[in-house]
Design a protein around this ligand. Structure first.
Ligand code: FE2
Ligand code: FE2
Length: 182
């Protein structure tokens, strides 16, 4: 399999979770569904960030940088910055959820704005990678690069635990069922 296709397949899975999170965030005015928020946060931290972003930040971006795509300016710098903005939204979401749980009901606004902010950011981020950065990378990497990238991706998957993709695909499936999202 091609490493860029692997990354794009992960984007499709992340987009499904963004749909779920949109629904969970919209419901905040009626009910704060801790269980679904916790599952979404687990997915975002361990699949989107530690798994997918780790492949980008640790492997794919450095590789295409070594092939002449500049890191300090342009799309790589922008993507790295957006990963950080996303982490801040998630931190805001975790903090506001725990304050709400402790009784501060005024946190509901912060819960939904952090969740929605994250969804909007990541949806656009994925579009930029799919349509701009990945095609740029596609043009500069060789067949040899592709096979070593796939090898590194497999090692990352092994380190994360073989079941990481399966676990998080199942988590998305379960939440889609719960919210009748097809
Ligand atoms: Fe990214
Ligand atoms: Fe990505």
């Amino acid at each position: 399999m091609d490493p860029i296709e692997v990354l794009m397949a992960e984007h499709r899975c992340i987009e499904r979770m963004l749909k779920v999170l949109t629904v969970v965030a919209e419901q905040v005015e009626v009910e704060v569904d801790y269980d679904s928020f916790e599952k979404a946060i687990d997915f975002i931290q361990n699949f989107s960030d530690k798994f997918h972003h780790a492949k980008e930040e640790g492997e794919f971006f450095p590789l295409i940088e070594s092939k002449g795509i500049p890191k300090e300016s342009g799309p790589i710098a922008m993507m790295l910055q957006e990963h950080d903005i996303g982490r801040n939204y998630v931190k805001g979401l975790v903090d506001s959820l725990s304050k709400y749980k402790e009784g501060d009901k005024s946190q509901s606004t912060a819960i939904s704005s952090n969740a929605q902010g994250f969804v909007n950011l990541l949806a656009e981020h994925i579009m930029k990678e799919d349509n701009i950065l990945y095609p740029m990378g596609n043009q500069v990497i060789s067949d040899q690069d592709r096979s070593s990238l796939i090898q590194r991706f497999n090692e990352i998957a092994k380190d994360a635990g073989e079941s990481v993709p399966e676990k998080y695909h199942k988590l998305v499936n379960d939440l889609e069922k719960k919210f009748n999202i097809s």
